[in-house]
Write a protein that binds this ligand. Structure first.
Ligand SMILES: Cc1cc2nc3c(=O)[nH]c(=O)nc-3n(C[C@H](O)[C@H](O)[C@H](O)COP(=O)(O)O)c2cc1C
Length: 198
């Protein structure tokens, strides 16, 4: 059975760097034959502010179903004014209360222009994810000075940072294989044993 991953890009800025960084993680996810990926972008989703009716309910439902059906989630947020972006917060607020993120492993990726990186946004994301009952992975990836990371053709110029960004994807898959899949295999073995003894 395929492992399903949904990714959410928290920037809607045209030409944004968060999606360039996220593309490396998506490329890494694409190397796993047993992983199905649904990249979710917020630009055209017209997410409603909390409490207001959706103008595009089918699209919002499809967005929610992608998260609901995923085994794991990768959240990529830009650092805006010392925190996560408002689109990312709005996306999380549109995932229900209780949240569809509950009990799902979540990998966190933060992208910043500044030298200290996306420390504050990834910390905020971790706190919000934990608050809604998701399982944020211990290793977060924070990208600093992102404007200097890519050349004019969009190639990553820093091998070490690219490896780290890719680890936001591979850590998630490793975690799912070590925990979720291992638990399911054990359940299967125990069920078969039970059937043999019956
Ligand atoms: C509203 C806004 C606030 C920002 N605040 C910060 C900040 O606090 N720290 C920082 O390092 N970069 C900040 N930036 C720069 C972003 O981190 C930068 O644009 C980076 O490329 C990630 O955002 P992007 O994916 O939209 O490109 C800010 C950008 C915007 C648009």
């Amino acid at each position: 059975m395929a492992i399903k991953i949904a990714t959410i890009c928290g920037s809607v800025r045209p030409g944004n760097y968060t999606s360039m960084v996220l593309d490396l993680a998506l490329d890494e996810l694409g190397t796993y034959p047993d992983v199905e990926v649904t990249p979710l972008y917020l630009d055209n989703l017209d997410l409603p502010l909390p409490g207001l009716p959706a103008r595009n309910p089918e699209a919002i439902e499809a967005f929610q179903n992608s998260v609901k059906g995923a085994t794991g989630i990768l959240l990529a947020s830009p650092e805006y004014h010392g925190g996560i972006s408002s689109p990312m917060k709005l996306a999380i607020d549109n995932l229900g209360f209780p949240s569809l993120l509950a009990n799902k492993p979540v990998s966190l990726l933060g992208v910043a222009a500044g030298v200290i990186g996306a420390i504050k946004s990834t910390e905020q994301l971790r706190a919000i994810c934990a608050h809604v009952g998701a399982l944020p992975l211990p290793a977060v990836v924070s990208v600093a000075k992102v404007q200097q990371l890519f050349d004019s053709e969009g190639n990553c110029q820093d091998e070490g940072m690219e490896k780290l960004i890719r680890s936001s994807a591979s850590n998630l898959i490793d975690h799912i294989k070590d925990t979720v899949c291992a638990k399911k295999s054990l359940e299967e073995v125990l069920r078969q044993l039970g059937e043999q003894q019956a």
